[in-house]
Design a protein around this ligand. Structure first.
Ligand SMILES: Cc1cc2nc3c(=O)[nH]c(=O)nc-3n(C[C@H](O)[C@H](O)[C@H](O)COP(=O)(O)OP(=O)(O)OC[C@H]3O[C@@H](n4cnc5c(N)ncnc54)[C@H](O)[C@@H]3O)c2cc1C
Length: 270
């Protein structure tokens, strides 16, 4: 069996800076890490490999990352954690890809790794934060997708039984393989890389795939292939009006209560 885990390199800080002129993210000068939510996808794949053992159903875990050349570090980190191999998808033509173009490229890379059983994505990336790429990859591959997966109950015989979180509880679904899953934190605490893993990662060969190798047209990717545009970005301003009420003695406390009651009534909160 083969599990493919796409991971994204994201800025370490939660405070993503945007260039207000161009509407793009400013990535320079910011420490980059593996998207923390993707570590849960890796963890699920490792657990499935352990569960399967070394027999006929042995699992291979392959990671993929699309990004600039420095995203190779993210791929090596995933190998250090336990991936059998990793691939970097990188080319200038990919720059500026929106979620549509990103999904198209990742789907082409997944296709190149066929046959596979599961594509396991994170719930969302901490910078772009759309949560669209997992379902997007599934759509380009014409595969079923289950989002917010919190548990994989059964795997085998061409199907998986999973639990997914909903706003009101949990759903148990059966899905035919191959399929795409996006996972949430409940799937299991991610492991740390081992010393042996780090050594292996340093020596690992990380191939770089370009549009030509993926068979995608340069017009399908990057800014050219991105149907969405950031038209305007701005920081929301929070304007608060404060009124200080003094309640130093009985009289002023009673006046303060009266004022609060009137305030709440004005807004039909009482
Ligand atoms: C309208 C719009 C315009 C944009 N324009 C630009 C731009 O001009 N320049 C720019 O740099 N960015 C731009 N972005 C951001 C960029 O498109 C997204 O960061 C990227 O498409 C991934 O989407 P996301 O971060 O929302 O990932 P999500 O959909 O939140 O990620 C879900 C999961 O998909 C997988 N995944 C996502 N991205 C990758 C990846 N690159 N490699 C491997 N796995 C991945 C991971 O498993 C991740 O957990 C734009 C986004 C939008 C919505």
């Amino acid at each position: 069996m083969r599990m493919i885990v796409p991971i994204k390199q994201v800025p370490e800080t939660g405070a993503v800076k945007m260039d207000e002129e161009t509407g793009t993210m400013i990535r320079e000068g910011v420490e980059a890490i593996v998207n923390p939510l993707d570590l849960y996808g890796l963890e699920l794949a490792f657990r499935l490999r352990e569960r399967a053992g070394d027999g006929d159903d042995a699992v291979e875990v392959v990671t993929l990352s699309m990004g600039p050349p420095k995203a190779e570090k993210a791929v090596r980190e995933a190998v250090a954690m336990g991936c059998d191999r990793g691939v970097l998808i990188s080319d200038r033509a990919f720059a500026g890809s929106d979620t549509w173009a990103t999904s198209c490229v990742l789907a082409a890379a997944v296709r190149r790794l066929a046959p596979f059983d599961l594509v396991i994505c994170g719930e969302r990336a901490t910078d772009g934060d759309t949560g669209q790429v997992g379902p997007g990859v599934a759509a380009f591959l014409d595969l079923p997708v289950v989002t917010y997966v919190s548990k994989l109950r059964e795997l085998g015989g061409g199907r998986a039984v999973v639990e997914r979180l909903t706003e009101t509880g949990r759903e148990v679904l059966e899905v035919a393989l191959p399929a795409v899953l996006t996972v949430v934190k409940e799937i299991g605490e991610p492991r740390l890389p081992t010393l042996r893993g780090k050594q292996r990662a340093r020596q690992a060969e990380v191939p770089t795939w370009t549009p030509a190798e993926l068979g995608v047209d340069a017009g399908q990717v990057g800014l050219k292939g991105s149907p969405t545009r950031v038209v305007k970005i701005h920081k929301p301003t929070v304007a608060r009006e404060c009124e200080k009420l003094t309640a130093a003695d009985e009289e002023s406390a009673a006046a303060a209560v009266e004022r609060i009651v009137a305030f709440l009534k004005d807004r039909q909160l009482l």
